[in-house]
Design a protein around this ligand. Structure first.
Ligand code: MN
Ligand code: MN
Length: 460
């Protein structure tokens, strides 16, 4: 709270229910330049533009730290901008995205995280309507990945993802070394935890038995495979004396491993995603391959008990963040029917535009988490863990990244209403309460704003 003279306010978001780290109350939020300049019950208007937020929640804009937005190319000249505009329409004001492991070829002709950063900067310049940053993918297909990490961190990409599975997996010894290098240089590894020694034989057996329809994908990636990998990853982080961020945690057994590490005071962080909080593996029983193929994701959807455990973990602080894991696959390209054998189906689904609405409706309106906890897991903690010091809360001095949210609007999620570059939503037909009304990005409407590439620095 600031009192007295707050200088010249250009914009006042007036009379909304403002969710701040200091509590939730009806107040005006005053914006000067690109920053929040005052939060008070009745700010003097004196020439400022006024946005009436009566009856609305005023939240810090969501920060989606887990997306796979695709870079624009000749065939899709605006797809990067369109997915970021879709994020803004859904209440998100900052997006961190991964680049695919295939992007970024060095002058020596090999895959390289630094070349990937150069390519990303060049191909996104001047396109984004909201602020954005890169989380690099580091893989076993990049011969110089570990050597490049210090410079990558120096250049504003302190977080990077590795995989324990897939053909671009990073071997365990390299994962542990990446953790060690990250810890020494102010970075943090984001890890996809699934155990190939469990998954690969199950996939081979299913294929040999001719069980190759999309529904067999999930049975080959059981919760034990995630839990075992999660425990091993935590042990590696302990040996490396490094922080670790576990992406898309989906099941109770893996959650238990995180809970034990946190209880021991270790810097282990974990994220879950809206789909794991909303749907169960019953979806794989659908006789329609066209429906099942939309749920071919890794990890797969889990049981109702797992869903309940995840909400408990989110409430109790075992889970730190909700990210969308947005993959803008389309039914007319990546997920076409007839489906190929399931090991060849693209893993992933869209979610960049539905993140906040799902967490609000399924979480806050069903009494599973508070509105303050929503702001924490969608904005404050992502900002803190990912080096976005100017963002993440409605506080004087921070960027005026604001979400005006109508808590009472009732609607049904429909692809027809969305703006993302995918041609389906996994949440089709889901009734939700609450809807984003408007976002401001550094005080501006995203249709008139220019997003910045965020050079991030982690604070310990
Ligand atoms: Mn993943
Ligand atoms: Mn992902």
């Amino acid at each position: 709270m600031s009192h007295g003279d707050h200088g010249h306010l250009e914009l006042i978001v007036a009379g909304g229910t403002v969710v701040t780290p200091a509590g939730t109350r009806v107040a005006d939020v005053g914006v000067a330049g690109e920053r929040i300049a005052a939060i008070e019950p009745a700010l003097p208007r004196s020439g400022a533009e006024v946005i009436d937020a009566t009856g609305l929640l005023v939240l810090p804009g969501s920060i989606d730290v887990h997306t796979h937005v695709r870079l624009s190319d000749e065939e899709h000249p605006d797809r990067f901008a369109r997915d970021l505009a879709a994020a803004a329409a859904g209440g998100t004001t900052t997006v961190l995205t991964f680049n695919n492991p295939g992007t970024g070829i060095s002058e020596a002709g090999s895959r390289s995280p630094l070349a990937g950063l150069d390519e990303f900067r060049a191909r996104t310049a001047g396109q984004a309507p909201i602020d954005f940053g890169l989380c690099s993918v580091i893989s076993g297909q990049q011969p110089t990945a570990l050597a490049e990490l210090p410079e990558l961190i120096d250049r504003g990409v302190p977080t990077f993802k590795a995989f324990m599975v897939y053909d671009f997996a990073l071997p365990d010894a390299a994962i542990e070394e990446a953790m060690r290098v990250a810890a020494r240089h102010g970075g943090m590894l984001q890890l996809h935890c699934e155990e190939p020694s469990i998954i690969d034989p199950l996939v081979s057996r299913a294929v040999a038995a001719g069980e190759v329809g999309p529904r067999f994908h999930a049975a080959c990636r059981p919760p034990e495979a995630e839990a075992m990998a999660t425990r091993r990853a935590i042990e590696m982080a302990r040996r490396a004396e490094a922080p670790l961020y576990i992406v898309h945690l989906s099941c109770a057994e893996a959650l238990e491993a995180v809970a034990e590490a946190k209880a021991a005071g270790e810097p282990i962080y974990a994220e879950t995603c809206p789909h794991y909080l909303t749907y169960t593996d019953a979806a794989y029983g659908d006789p329609d391959d066209g429906e099942v193929i939309k749920r071919v994701i890794s990890p797969p959807l889990r049981s109702a008990d797992d869903v309940a455990a995840l909400w408990g973990g989110l409430r109790d602080g075992i889970l730190d963040v909700v990210g969308s894991d947005h993959v803008p696959d389309r039914l007319d390209t990546e997920k076409q029917l007839p489906a190929p054998p399931f090991p060849e189906i693209s893993n992933g689904g869209p979610g960049i535009e539905t993140l906040t609405s799902i967490v609000y409706s399924e979480g806050v309106r069903r009494g599973r988490i508070t509105i303050e906890r929503l702001a924490d897991v969608l904005s404050t903690t992502p900002a803190r863990l990912f080096g976005l010091a100017a963002k993440g809360a409605i506080e004087v001095g921070r960027d005026a990244d604001l979400l005006l949210f109508d808590p009472n609007r009732e609607r049904v999620i429909r692809q027809d209403d969305l703006h993302h570059t995918s041609d389906f939503t996994p949440f089709e037909g889901l009734p939700v309460r609450g809807a984003p009304v408007r976002v401001l990005t550094r005080g501006k409407d995203p249709t008139t704003a220019a997003g910045h590439f965020l050079e991030r620095r982690l604070v310990r």
